[in-house]
Design a protein around this ligand. Structure first.
Ligand code: KMH
Ligand code: ZN
Length: 271
């Protein structure tokens, strides 16, 4: 059984002023994803930007990016419905109407750096229900222990199909800190048969990604989570970060899942 490597090439916050290799235009994102696919990624977690690099939920931009990626490679597309802190929930949730294979579901509101990430319970439930209707696999983003409980309530309400798929997000200011203890505590509380990966932000990205793989999780890599390859050295693109995650997996004697195996492991509904 292989591990799933997801590339997260862009994210909602950093710009090319932070790392000039950050892909922001649809063509750049598609090229970065194709390169990451060649390096071993089977899932692409996407945030889109407008011409001023601001996060956008514009369906035209998302559709064009998805098409450009599909022309290049068969990677599984996971649209972020988190989008960006300034984008209203009603715009974010419309992205699922494009019917990506997967999309993120952020279960709770929280402080997020200096901003606020608004995910009101009623709207989260509505989005979960719509994703279930459209057969879109949610990636449940949990930044704290209570977020897991909120997801389990959605599951009890029949709004989530199994296996549940989690991102344990560590190191967002406003969420749990990026420590081994926090990762272990979260992994112990996940329901049996859940699929999960670590999303470790900033300088803790490498050790916590390695720990996640060693504990039986999947891995995410890319400039959304860290702009650096190591202290003081900007990553010269997404590919080196994906290659590093693939190398970590292989060093742990773990095979890397291709697209077909990823579809099976995540229980993705067909199209
Ligand atoms: N960058 C993540 C920590 C999502 O994609 O749904 C938050 C996020 C959520 O971007
Ligand atoms: Zn994201």
């Amino acid at each position: 059984m292989g591990v799933v490597i997801t590339v997260a090439p862009t994210g909602p916050i950093a710009t090319t002023a932070d790392n000039p290799h950050l892909p922001t235009a649809p063509e750049e994102i598609a090229a970065a994803v194709a390169d990451a696919y060649d390096a071993g990624a089977s899932v692409a977690h996407l945030h889109l930007r407008d011409e001023n690099q601001r996060p956008t939920a514009d369906p035209g931009t998302a559709r064009r990016t998805m098409e450009l990626i599909a022309e290049r490679c068969p990677v599984l597309i996971q649209l972020s419905t988190g989008v960006g802190l300034s984008v209203p929930f009603e715009e974010r949730e419309r992205l699922v109407e494009l019917r990506p294979r997967m999309a993120t579901l952020n279960p709770c509101s929280m402080s997020f750096g200096d901003g606020e990430f608004r995910n009101p319970p009623g709207k989260v439930r509505r989005l979960a229900a719509r994703m279930r209707e459209l057969d879109i696999k949610p990636e449940l983003e949990i930044y704290d222990t209570g977020h897991l409980e909120a997801c389990l309530r959605l599951w009890e309400e029949g709004l989530l199909a199994e296996p549940l798929q989690f991102s344990v997000v560590l190191g967002v200011r406003g969420g749990m800190a990026a420590t081994a203890d926090n990762l272990l505590a979260m992994v112990r509380r996940l329901p049996p048969d859940a699929v999960w990966q670590v999303v470790a932000i900033g300088r803790h990205n490498l050790p916590l990604t390695a720990m996640g793989l060693a504990l039986g999780g999947n891995a995410r890599a890319g400039l959304e989570d860290t702009l650096h390859l190591r202290k003081g050295e900007l990553a010269p693109g997404n590919r080196p970060l994906v290659e590093r995650a693939v190398a970590l997996a292989r060093d742990l004697d773990l095979a890397v899942a291709g697209v077909a195996e990823t579809e099976r492991l995540l229980g993705l509904p067909g199209r």
